[in-house]
Ligand binder design. Structure first.
Ligand code: BGC
Length: 763
């Protein structure tokens, strides 16, 4: 590393943005956010200028919600004080009025070090300030802490004024107290609170310059610059969240600031980088032969690793993580289905914390089920801090009409999605403690929900009526294949895990059964309901009907609308789309991706080929799921096409939709497309199996994952697969159907050419 203000020189680890485009600024700020699962800071330029209208400075604190006094009255993430802005006056004039003052403005997201770098050069040669560079990060080692360094290089003499202010602008925050170096704010309606402690220092050519006395939370330095002079501004800020009304998080923020200030800026950065290096080691996906795919996967892992906090069970990851305001910080099925696989396999501690968040939300889920007349747990479709459903009930449509949002009451599949993530986490990590403490209860209460939901009818089958599947273009539907197959899976796993706990941990079973009122008859009922649940599968055609009556809906040739720029529900209108077979996002295809049952390859192909042309991909969740399923079918070309479509969502941001934050579920989907799709990793039959399908042009794909305490690294090349056990005990893995034993210190090299005799070979 050249100095503290230069990003890594390796182009494979950076994304860069040159210049300043007010129209695209907000999306850039989302992409260039830094985060650590507790703090999220958008990638706003550090120097405040007249173009501020285009910018959206935000420091999000995970879990800090308030319910605004406006409609819809649903909780929204609050923004903390803006601790990264700096105002610079040169002879009384702002350094920056707008883009024309800048010859060169570069933002570099350094995904190797987990930091944002900015560099700016003056357009005019007679400018007193010729260059400003900065670095910003939030620590992975001490999550309350943010660090900033800014360096100004001078080319001449001028009166310089550097001003900073960390006042809170969010109307949801009421000041409890503030002083020169910090403050405590109360969130108006939720009773939560926020504390910040901050310290700043300025040196001119290495000599400290004291700040002038000023108002609380503002600092001002004044001096005369000279040619060749360098000024370095450093700021440390520490944040703490108070969850209980009347609690004071002030001492926690102060303690974090004190311990960071004690070790100093450089050591604090080193600790962050060590922690970040561990994340990289566990989650980096390396692609050779396709630089764009490489950048995509590094960008995805960067944002995923920036979004999670393994030590906070009171929060989970919202649909835009901590990078923007869209979806108000709410947690959807996105987390369990799109994000959890990444965390379970690369950062199990973070996965566990997110699942514990759902455990703490069980009260809200039980209350929601009871309110709707059912038993067990019906999880919130949109969830904030309490577990209550916080889905808005209405939205204004493209034509100005008020549209009711039914997903809160109808997208019941979320309960099975949570159960799926619980069980998958347990199976992959072997974390029995989690299962016994929390996971089993989630599995049982969700199974109980489905048993109460599925009603026996005259045809001798049980049906689940009036729901919505992942495809939100069709509401009030009956027997959604996705929902019912996932429900069946949930019922069977509930019964199976109950039997296992009864056998292996009888005392725990006794306790759980008594507390939840689980009788043997109820467990038998779960199996019976699973066996009689309608799923819409037609053995004659091999197709799942997405929901009852779907096949009879109008066919629409989506190819005829290939050049549209708006989603199909806007093109056709709500009424027509509901009568059509146009699908918003992977639905049956999402079922194929999750594979809750071992679908025959023929069934997978038939369903993918049927549903893929009917999907308009208007949810950001969808393209990566199609990439994953296509790759598993061996259709490399289609898979790569969808992979690139998913990558473009944030990296190209064609419709400027990243303005409200990055699409974190897409990031999780991209990782899954690479590792489960092209890498071919799966865990059917309770074992690791790998069936790779490298896309054209990829000369290698390398990824790591953890399985029951062991860490494996897999490298796939066109004709060989190498497997290394980096940590833990020996494991078995099946590659293209053949079983291999992987021992510590004995990497495997396996020939992938089916014609060759591929025995067990130790290299
Ligand atoms: C999708 C949902 C998703 C939500 C948040 C919606 O547009 O249809 O499936 O959970 O966005 O990402």
């Amino acid at each position: 590393m050249a100095d503290d203000l230069e990003p890594t020189a390796d182009p494979g680890w950076v994304i860069q943005e040159q210049g300043f485009d007010p129209l695209r600024e907000r999306g850039i700020e989302s992409r260039f956010s830094v985060g650590n699962g507790f703090l999220g800071v958008r990638g706003v330029p550090p120097i405040r200028c007249d173009q501020a209208w285009a910018s959206r400075p935000r420091t999000f604190v995970a879990g800090l919600f308030d319910t605004p006094n406006i409609l819809p009255a649903v909780p929204a993430l609050v923004s903390g004080p803006d601790w990264v802005g700096v105002t610079i006056l040169v002879d009384g004039e702002p350094l920056l009025h707008g883009p024309l003052d800048v010859a060169d403005h570069t933002r570099t997201l350094d995904m190797e070090q987990g930091a944002l770098f900015t560099a700016w050069r003056a357009a005019r040669t007679d400018s007193a300030v010729v260059r400003v560079r900065s670095r910003r990060l939030v620590s992975q080692a001490d999550r309350g802490v943010g660090l900033q360094r800014l360096q100004l290089d001078f080319g001449g003499t001028a009166e310089i004024e550097l001003l900073t202010s960390c006042a809170c602008a969010d109307p949801a925050l009421e000041t409890v107290a503030h002083w020169r170096d910090g403050g405590v704010w109360r969130v108006c309606r939720s009773g939560m609170s926020l504390a910040m402690s901050v310290t700043s220092a300025l040196t001119i050519d290495g000599r400290a310059l004291a700040a002038e006395p000023n108002d609380d939370l503002t600092w001002r330095w004044r001096w005369t610059s000279a040619k060749g002079q360098t000024a370095v501004f450093e700021r440390l800020a520490a944040f703490a969240r108070g969850d209980d009304p009347g609690g004071d998080p002030g001492p926690i923020a102060l303690a974090a600031l004190t311990r960071t200030a004690r070790i100093g800026w450089r050591a604090a950065v080193d600790r962050h980088e060590d922690a970040w290096a561990e994340r990289r080691l566990c989650s980096d996906v390396k692609v050779e032969g396709d630089p764009a795919a490489q950048a995509t996967l590094r960008f995805a892992a960067y944002h995923l690793n920036s979004a999670a906090n393994p030590i906070d069970e009171r929060v989970s990851i919202g649909a835009r993580a901590l990078t923007g305001d869209d979806y108000r910080g709410h947690v959807f099925w996105d987390t369990e289905i799109f994000l959890l696989p990444f965390f379970t396999l690369t950062w199990p501690e973070a996965a566990r914390a997110m699942l514990m968040y759902r455990y703490h939300a069980l009260g809200g889920a039980r209350a929601k089920a009871a309110r709707m007349g059912w038993r067990g747990a019906f999880y919130a479709w949109e969830s904030a801090s309490t577990g209550d459903d916080v889905t808005p009930t209405e939205v204004i449509g493209a034509d100005g009409s008020v549209i009711p949002i039914l997903s809160g009451s109808e997208e019941e599949h979320v309960s099975a999605d949570v159960a799926y993530a619980v069980w998958t986490y347990w199976r992959i990590t072997g974390d029995d403690d989690f299962l016994l403490r929390a996971g089993a209860e989630i599995l049982f209460e969700t199974a109980r929900f489905w048993a109460s939901r599925a009603r026996m009818e005259a045809d001798g089958l049980r049906h689940i009526r009036d729901v919505e599947g992942p495809d939100e273009y069709h509401e009030h539907i009956d027997d959604s294949a996705f929902t019912n197959v996932m429900a069946r899976w949930n019922l069977l796993r509930g019964a199976e895990v109950a039997a296992m706990i009864w056998k292996r941990w009888p005392a725990r079973w006794k306790d759980l059964a008594a507390r939840l009122g689980l009788a043997d008859t109820e467990l038998e009922e779960w199996s019976e309901v699973a066996d009689t649940l309608a799923t819409g599968f037609d053995p004659a055609t091999g197709l799942f009907e997405q929901f009852s009556g779907f096949f009879k809906l109008d066919e629409v040739d989506l190819a005829a609308y290939a050049n549209r720029t708006t989603p199909m529900d806007v093109v056709l209108g709500r009424e027509r789309i509901s009568r059509s077979q146009v699908i918003k996002q992977a639905d049956v295809v999402a079922l194929l991706a999750l594979a809750p049952e071992p679908f025959d390859p023929r069934i997978r192909t038939l369903n993918f080929r049927y549903y893929e042309p009917r999907c308009d991909q208007s949810s950001s969740l969808s393209p990566a799921t199609h990439a994953l399923v296509a790759a598993r079918l061996g259709d490399r070309e289609t898979a790569l096409r969808y992979f690139r479509m998913a990558a473009a969502i944030d990296l190209d941001d064609p419709g400027a939709r990243s303005a409200g934050g990055v699409h974190i579920a897409t990031m999780g989907g991209l990782w899954q497309a690479a590792v489960f799709g092209f890498g071919g990793l799966s865990f059917a039959e309770d074992a690791i199996s790998i069936d790779p399908v490298l896309p054209a042009g990829w000369s290698s794909l390398t990824f790591a994952f953890q399985w029951r305490g062991s860490r494996l690294r897999i490298r796939v090349e066109p004709h060989t697969l190498s497997a290394t056990l980096e940590r833990g005990e020996a494991v078995e893995l099946t590659v293209l159907g053949r079983l291999h034993a992987l021992q510590p210190g004995a990497p495997l090299r396996i020939d992938l050419d089916p014609a060759a005799d591929i025995g067990l070979a130790h290299s």
